[in-house]
Design a protein around this ligand. Structure first.
Ligand SMILES: *Cc1c(COP(=O)(O)O)cnc(C)c1O
Length: 391
């Protein structure tokens, strides 16, 4: 690590040379790291869940002063506040760490003990402890001790598994475990790799929905012609995760064709199929092309469950892609008593859930299954069934 004065100067004794750890040093440092982690887990309940660091205004006073604005600290603060609202930053958040770390990268190594000191003094105070048993914000995103032991091994192999031959075990294990998971969720057999479908691991649910939206878009464009992009319409309730709207932006869906149907507060914030049907009919009569419905099983804000069988029927009747996003609550559906929340998933073309939310798996691990048959997905460049024997 860097000299404590942050100068980044190399000492004249040639110590800039990088020497990787040998196996014995790794063993020793690895044990110390595991001890550090075990101690963290042992005492995790004693940390305040929310990071305690305060905003630092220092980095932002410089440009203000260089503009020669003659003002008191209070006035400067308000100018800066405005700026940061303008750029979308929250004034309460950024800046604490910059003051504690040097401005240039280190070119001299530091001891592991020094690193631990830095982690304790500078990093841990800026951590919000998602793994704390007292964390109740957003949604559960719990890993597990078993999960991060697996992460260690995965980090050590560091497999880049873009095709079967780059590590057959990686591709095959992914396919097998996603089949296991599909069976635990009782997904219809078309989602299994042994049929025409299959599951793959994506980084996040946001990526999963983007992947299927692109596949659905291209399928529709193949049918209606490339020039019909401006007519394609996506349907979802106002309780749907914002990831879908972002995916639409990336996929080039015209913003006015992202149809937000209000959820029904009398039905626990599930969307009413009649409302979706009505929106589709209106769009069809305007010459638009409805092509994608996203239903949610377990909305992020209130765990609402959209009516899958009815939405699936609507999608089928209009040759639309039907995606089911169970990012948050999907894990619970492996329990027999909750499995009924997935009734109707047999109508879906694709289904995703986040193992990194409620399945004791480290971030990031979002699982996506598609039924390849029926919708010509095998022609899509985005989603394909790994053809192990042909790689
Ligand atoms: C959390 C969540 C997402 C987004 O998940 P990421 O993996 O963070 O992209 C999407 N949909 C639902 C229902 C969610 O709860």
């Amino acid at each position: 690590m860097l000299a404590r004065d942050g100068s980044g100067r190399a000492s004249g004794d040639g110590s800039m040379m990088v020497r990787p750890m040998d196996a014995e040093q790794l063993r020793e440092c690895g044990h110390r790291m595991v001890d550090f982690i075990a101690d963290y887990y042992k005492s995790i309940e004693t940390f305040p869940v929310l990071s305690q660091v305060k905003a630092s205004h220092a980095p932002f006073t410089v440009p203000t002063c260089s503009l020669n604005i003659n003002c008191s600290d209070d006035e400067c603060y308000s100018v800066l506040e405005l700026r940061h609202y303008a750029t979308g930053y929250d004034m309460d958040a950024p800046g604490y760490l910059k003051e504690l770390l040097p401005d240039t990268a280190p070119n001299k190594s530091d001891t592991l003990e020094d690193l631990f000191d830095d982690i304790r003094e500078k990093i841990v105070p800026g951590v919000t402890h998602w793994q704390s048993p007292n964390f109740f914000a957003y949604y559960p995103s719990n890993s597990s001790t078993a999960g991060f032991l697996g992460e260690m091994l995965s980090a050590a192999f560091n497999i880049v598994g873009f095709s079967w031959i780059t590590s057959p075990a990686a591709t095959e294990l992914e396919v097998i475990v996603l089949d296991w998971f599909a069976k635990m969720l009782k997904l219809p057999s078309q989602f299994l790799s042994t049929e025409l479908g299959g599951g793959i691991i994506q980084g996040t649910a946001s990526e999963a929905v983007l992947v299927v939206l692109l596949a659905a878009r291209d399928r529709t464009l193949r049918k209606h012609g490339k020039k019909s992009l401006e007519k394609l319409v996506v349907y979802a309730s106002d309780q749907t995760h914002s990831a879908l709207q972002k995916a639409c932006q990336i996929a080039g869906i015209f913003p006015e064709n992202f149809r937000i149907v209000m959820a029904d507060c009398n039905k626990h914030y599930a969307v009413a199929p009649e409302a979706v049907m009505e929106a589709i009919s209106t769009d069809l009569s305007s010459g638009l092309i409805p092509f994608f419905i996203c239903a949610t099983v377990g909305t992020t804000s209130s765990s609402a469950v959209d009516p899958l069988p009815e939405l699936g029927q609507i999608a089928k009747a209009h040759d639309m892609w039907f995606h089911v996003d169970a990012a948050y609550a999907g894990s619970s559906c492996i329990c027999p008593e909750y499995q009924h929340y997935l009734d109707g998933v047999e109508e879906a073309d694709s289904f995703n859930m986040n193992a990194h939310k409620w399945f004791l798996t480290n971030f990031d691990c979002s699982l996506l299954w598609v039924k390849v048959g029926g919708k010509g997905l095998s022609h899509s460049v985005f989603v394909y069934k790994p053809r192990i024997s042909q790689e």
